[in-house]
Design a binder for this molecule. Structure first.
Ligand code: CAA
Length: 445
């Protein structure tokens, strides 16, 4: 079977940054360690006043097309995944295609365009759609452009304000991909949940603590569903496990849960038994409550073992480096986690070709998806081309008062007109609104 997967990836960060422990925490009267140690975050990215989900997505897509030497007729689909859309009818992909048509001779008139919505899991769903389109043989040799773009803002004063961010990830889905091949096997955990939603409103209604429980419950279901069609996973099977990362502290919990699941009935559980005992089995308990209490005790002990810490340091920690610097990018977040892990491998001369990743995506409302990916021979060259670190270093560092103004400038009810903090340079910018309230964009040389 021909390999289908991610051929190339480009990341575009919002150009502003907010230092959470140094700037945000003191202004909120909070302990900076809530951010560094608890949530695991250092800075969040924010779009400058001339940036939005269209400019960030189009800029990432243009960079990807230029680097791969593509022209519009090479692209048969443009799917945008976002939960920050500003229009209930016209998809963001049409705006992004319109931007790109300003700079390329050709057009995208024969590309299928759409917008995918299921909170943060929509980016992975768009990859899935592209995979199926190629597998079905309907692509005419062309590739799909998937753009996950979000401005993750919460209402001022909401606890979610600690976990904001903004940026875009563009991915090219092709046959014989350079970066990773996707497994045909997938697992789902999906249920009607009311944990995080935006009922015709810009900023989410969130039950933060519940959203964390729902994330873990759906992720666990997705893993067992994946195993039912793939194989019984073992920690040694995967070089890295990138999870959806709303903030690294969430992944700390997911990693522990996943590890406990994967080591059950393995030699790792046996080897750890003399140190922390074997995992509690539900059938040995009279009721669910006492079983859950025993499980919590086992998990606490497990998290303190060297065996677990070493695995976490190798398979999970490297996926979090970028997230600590950018915050939550919603649909792009799990794809940033994958990129972070691959960058770590490149920097540490890890021979990754043929290794497997287990990718855990999640969207509130709620659905988790798990699949495996196999790293392809061209991965190192692709990852070496990423400029995300330089972009992050160049961001403008906001004061708290500036942050408040930036938040207002992106608030659809206010749209406060404030001076930009950075200068656009070779990129698409948002210039204003047209007569039908459509957003307008220009390319700035
Ligand atoms: N030193 C060390 N740790 C500290 C600390 C300190 N001084 N102060 C607090 N902490 C720890 C807390 O113990 C907590 O860690 P644990 O959960 O491991 O106990 C962590 O820092 C956060 O502290 P709080 O729980 O007090 O923080 P909070 O009340 O402000 O809420 C939040 C945190 C619920 C994540 C909130 O920011 C939120 O609602 N965020 C948006 C929702 C979200 O991201 N949910 C994630 C799952 S849903 C999802 O993934 C989809 C999505 O992208 C939105």
């Amino acid at each position: 079977m021909t390999a289908v997967g991610i051929d190339a990836i480009e990341i575009w960060t919002g150009k502003l940054s907010l230092d959470l422990p140094e700037t945000f925490a003191p202004a909120k009267g909070e302990d900076p360690e809530k951010y560094t140690k608890g949530l695991g975050l250092k800075t969040s990215s924010f779009p400058d006043t001339y940036e939005d989900i269209v400019t960030m997505g189009a800029n990432a897509a243009k960079r990807l097309m230029d680097r791969k030497g593509l022209v519009p007729e090479d692209i048969g689909r443009i799917d945008v995944a976002t939960e920050s859309a500003f229009d209930n009818s016209k998809p963001v992909s049409t705006y992004i295609a319109g931007c790109l048509e300003q700079v390329y001779d050709d057009d995208f008139h024969h590309a299928n365009k759409g917008e995918r919505k299921f909170a943060c899991v929509a980016g992975t769903q768009s990859i899935d759609d592209a995979y199926n389109w190629i597998r079905a043989g309907r692509h005419r040799g062309r590739s799909a452009l998937v753009v996950a773009t979000d401005t993750a803002l919460y209402a001022r004063g909401d606890p979610g304000e600690a976990t904001q961010g903004g940026g875009a990830v563009a991915m090219l889905i092709s046959e014989e991909p350079s970066l990773v091949e996707l497994s045909p096997e997938q697992g789902y955990g999906s249920a009607d949940e009311t944990d995080f939603l935006k009922p015709n409103q810009q900023f989410p209604s969130v039950d933060g603590k519940r959203s964390m429980q729902v994330y873990l419950a759906r992720m666990r279901e997705a893993l067992t569903d994946f195993e039912s069609v793939a194989w019984d996973t073992h920690p040694d099977d995967f070089a890295y496990i990138p999870f959806h990362t709303p903030f690294p502290g969430m992944v700390r919990k997911a990693g522990l849960l996943g590890y406990r699941h994967m080591i059950r009935d393995t030699e790792i559980e046996e080897d750890l038994a003399s140190e922390i005992g074997r995992q509690p089995r539900e059938e040995a308990f009279d009721d669910r409550e006492s079983y859950e209490e025993a499980i919590r005790g086992y998990m606490d002990d497990l998290s303190g073992t060297d065996t677990y810490r070493e695995w976490y340091g190798a398979a999970i920690e490297p996926t979090l480096a970028l997230s600590r610097r950018v915050g939550n990018w919603y649909t792009g977040s799990v794809h940033v986690a994958r990129a972070s892990a691959l960058q770590h491998a490149l920097e540490n001369d890890v021979d990754l070709e043929g290794s497997k990743l287990l990718v855990g995506s999640y969207g509130s409302g709620a659905q988790a998806e798990m699949h495996a990916e196999t790293v392809r021979p061209g991965w190192a060259e692709e990852v070496a081309a990423l400029t995300v670190d330089e972009q992050l270093d160049r961001r403008y560092d906001l004061s708290y008062e500036e942050y408040e103004r930036v938040h207002d400038s992106h608030n659809h009810d206010l749209n406060d007109d404030i001076e930009a903090f950075t200068q656009p340079d070779g990129e698409f910018v948002h210039t204003g609104w047209g007569r039908m309230s459509e957003r307008q964009y220009d390319y700035v040389e």
